[in-house]
Design a binder for this molecule. Structure first.
Ligand code: ADP
Ligand code: ZN
Length: 739
């Protein structure tokens, strides 16, 4: 038998090795192999009889783990990702099997346990009491311990001779036990078990559809669960998960970002509190040891329900029965470095390979997933009403062009309508949320005399003024500088703050409502560990009246006492050079608005905008997903944008502007020769963010009805072109980020 082995490392080397007799080598195993004059580690991709005896083949050295670490389904998924996204298989395997969980780099933590073999003979005990007090005291401790066992460390120091003696007498034995490095060990938060709710008709039908898919995964399509905000999707997830577990299967739950979805994670923990040890939460703050342990607990089938962000799609769950992808429209599912996979799409593929049931849930599905229901690739299940008798909030749109004339000088932050609405809430003791998609104090610092705006020296963006530390900060690369007192260009002192951010809003609000209690949630205030969790808990306990935040508060939050949501500048994301700008704005407004009126009290949303008639805002006002998607799809069809085509971006970047541009022009020329039909090749253009982190950036957009020919063509050209050393070229299939 031979094994085909992918060697670890960036060179993407694949070699065949002969398997020595007696070694149980299977695909997905980690192995040590000879490579030139050294030894290397790698992953077995496949095994088989060679077509003809090849005596020159070298022998594989050893197995690193007795069992394969990667399941055949995950190996197949990895190969698909490598082909589809044009990434090296090795880089994908590194995502599937991250450093730290590979046993050569880490290992299970163990401890020695002493345990009694049988109740010792009383005569012997009496003898030991006189002659060997240490042995006697160990026996004493063990016979009173639960299960007659204790860790050796608990028996006190300097006992090794006594233990050995007892072991030799056959009274005790010592075993090695793995100890879990439990990430939740010092979590003081109390998790109370929650009981399943009585489902309403819509939820019951949704659950039935999911269970049908769990029972017959081969015959079932992925399910798109389109449920308005507060329609009880999470309850459907929880009950479906419970049923899958009852059937002896395992469950994978993907969320956009663990740190931003504490409430969702908590609801899963509460529902499965009775089987806490079987729940694994994968997040980026795990230590190497914790990650190793969680990963191996999952692979062994000990942890049967896994919650995690994008990369958890590779969790090695055996007997996978159900995958749940919450907020499937979120951009964070796309990985922005190699391999640039989309976690949701990979989840759909993995579900097909396993096979298992998969549910994509959202109040505002991506048009890609929506289109898949129209073409009957996915099954559509809807929840059109809020679950707990709440109605959808009333959304009012305020035209800020009219407000602007009332406020001479400086930006109008609060419209009269929003100010009055906030006042009413404070009087009634109800809570409000204010949303603004920009942190910091002012957007930029601009000279009133010459118009100069302070820019980041490394990126083509204006610096943002941060009041608390009196600094200008680049939100792209993090560059910081002091605030100039005069215009750096013309020396005029009339340099003014333009626009506003969350910091400024907090300051203005404190002046307008001195009696109210505020909290601000954005990347600046939430740096401390658990800061978000604590602030949300304080808000829930009504220690805060008004919560001000960026998109960090847009996701999945549920506060029954919030009756007002204000969206301060709804157009912020609308005027960017990205064909998805309208879709994103619609999603964001709908999601943020969905935080209002989720309890017995009716909710109201006030949307401040300079473009009140834009379709994204108007359809969001009416909670009309169908209307929005219909008109947006028409626009996408007309220009052959996704979901009617796959769209990829080829970016070049270099500190050398000309070289970055020239490299991409060369690639453009080669791509245009022998361009397969059905592929549209765009021109070489400066990226919207032409300079970032000190590098100049150029891009080509490519579109194609079919994905594979596009990736294949670009990969073929890239592999034949040698790039200058100081130019980096990146291919992003199904790109979401065009900046
Ligand atoms: P979504 O995930 O769709 O936004 P949630 O699952 O957060 O909605 O549900 C919104 C609220 O409705 C929650 O407080 C939840 O406990 C409640 N809820 C869900 N299902 C039911 C039900 N069948 N009966 C009563 N309340 C429910
Ligand atoms: Zn910068």
């Amino acid at each position: 038998m031979n094994a085909r082995v992918l060697i670890d490392g960036p060179s993407e080397l694949v070699f065949d090795y002969a398997i020595p007799a007696g070694l149980n080598v299977r695909p997905g195993c980690r192995v040590r192999v000879p490579l030139r004059r050294k030894s290397a580690t790698g992953t077995v991709l496949s095994t088989g009889e060679p077509e003809q005896a090849d005596f020159a083949l070298r022998q594989l050295e050893s197995l690193i783990d007795p069992e394969p670490l990667i399941t055949p389904e995950l190996l197949r998924t990895a190969e698909w990702i490598a082909h589809y996204y044009g990434s090296s298989l090795e880089s994908v395997i590194r995502s599937v099997l991250p450093e730290g969980v590979r046993s050569e780099e880490n290992s299970a933590k163990t401890r020695r346990i002493a345990m009694l073999n049988a109740a010792p003979d009383p005569a012997l005990i009496a003898k030991l009491e006189k002659r060997a007090p240490r042995q006697f005291s160990i026996l004493n401790l063990l016979s009173h311990a639960a299960g007659n066992r204790l860790a050796v460390t608990e028996l006190g120091e300097g006992n090794s001779t006594a233990l050995k003696a007892l072991e030799n007498l056959g009274i005790i034995r010592i075993e090695i036990e793995e100890v879990r490095r439990d990430p939740e060990a010092d979590n003081v938060e109390e998790i109370l078990e929650s009981k399943p709710l009585q489902l309403n008709t819509g939820q019951a039908l949704a659950l039935e559809a999911v269970l049908q898919a769990v029972a017959q995964p081969k015959e079932s399509k992925p399910i798109l669960l389109l449920g308005v905000t507060g329609s009880g999707k999470t309850e459907v997830y929880l009950q479906a998960a419970q049923r899958a577990l009852d059937l002896g299967k395992t469950v994978l739950v993907l969320v956009p970002e663990i740190s931003l979805t504490p409430q969702t994670v908590r609801r899963f923990k509460s529902r499965f509190a009775a089987m806490q040890d079987q729940v694994a939460v994968l997040h980026s703050n795990l230590s190497q040891g914790e990650r190793f342990d969680e990963w191996h607990r999952i692979r062994k089938g000990v942890a049967r329900i896994v919650i995690g962000a994008r990369s958890a799609v590779f969790a090695p769950l055996p007997d996978l029965g159900l995958i749940l992808v919450d907020e499937e429209h979120e951009n964070t599912y796309k990985q922005e470095n190699v391999p640039r996979y989309h976690g949701r799409d990979v989840a759909v593929l993995r579900a097909a390979f396993e096979p298992c049931a998969i549910v994509l849930g959202s109040a505002t599905p991506s048009l890609e997933s929506w289109n898949n229901t129209l073409t009957h690739k996915y099954q559509l299940v809807r929840l059109n009403e809020r679950a707990d008798d709440a109605s959808m909030p009333l959304v009012r749109v305020v035209d800020m062009r009219l407000e602007q004339t009332k406020h001479k000088g400086g930006p109008a932050i609060l419209s009269d309508k929003l100010r009055t609405a906030l006042e009413q809430r404070l009087e009634k003791g109800e809570q409000s949320i204010l949303f603004l998609n920009r942190r910091g104090f002012a957007r930029s610092l601009q000279c009133t005399s010459c118009g100069h705006a302070c820019q980041c020296p490394h990126c083509a963006v204006a610096l943002t003024y941060h009041r608390t530390d009196e600094r200008l900060v680049c939100h792209v690369c993090g560059y910081q500088s002091l605030v100039p007192r005069k215009c750096p260009e013309c020396r005029d002192p009339g340099i003014l703050l333009q626009g506003y951010g969350t910091q400024k809003v907090e300051e203005v609000m404190a002046k307008v409502f001195p009696q109210a209690k505020f909290a601000r949630i954005d990347a600046d205030t939430m740096r401390r560990k658990n800061a978000l969790r604590d602030t949300l808990a304080a808000f829930k306990a009504h220690k805060i009246d008004i919560l001000i935040g960026t998109q960090m508060i847009a996701k999945g939050l549920h506060f029954p006492n919030v009756t007002l949501v204000g969206i301060l500048n709804a157009d912020l994301g609308l005027h960017v050079p990205d064909f998805r700008a309208g879709e994103r704005t619609f999603q964001l407004i709908t999601q943020v608005a969905g935080r209002a009126g989720r309890g017995d009290l009716e909710g109201e949303v006030i949307v401040q905008t300079f473009t009140p008639h834009s379709p994204s805002i108007q359809y969001a006002r009416k909670h009309d997903y169908d209307g929005f998607s219909e008109q947006e799809m028409e626009f996408r069809r007309e220009f052959t944008f996704p979901p009617y085509a796959h769209c990829a971006v080829l970016t070049s970047r270099s500190t050398h502007e000309r070289r970055a541009e020239f490299t991409l022009q060369t690639l453009h020329l080669r791509l245009s020769e022998s361009l397969p039909s059905g592929i549209t090749l765009g021109e070489v253009l400066p990226s919207p963010l032409i300079r970032s982190h000190g590098q100049f950036r150029f891009q080509i957009t490519l579109r194609s009805l079919r994905a594979r020919p596009l990736t294949n063509h670009v990969q073929a050209v890239l592999s034949k072109t040698s790039l200058p050393e100081d130019v980096t070229v990146v291919f992003d299939m199904d790109a979401l980020n065009f900046s």
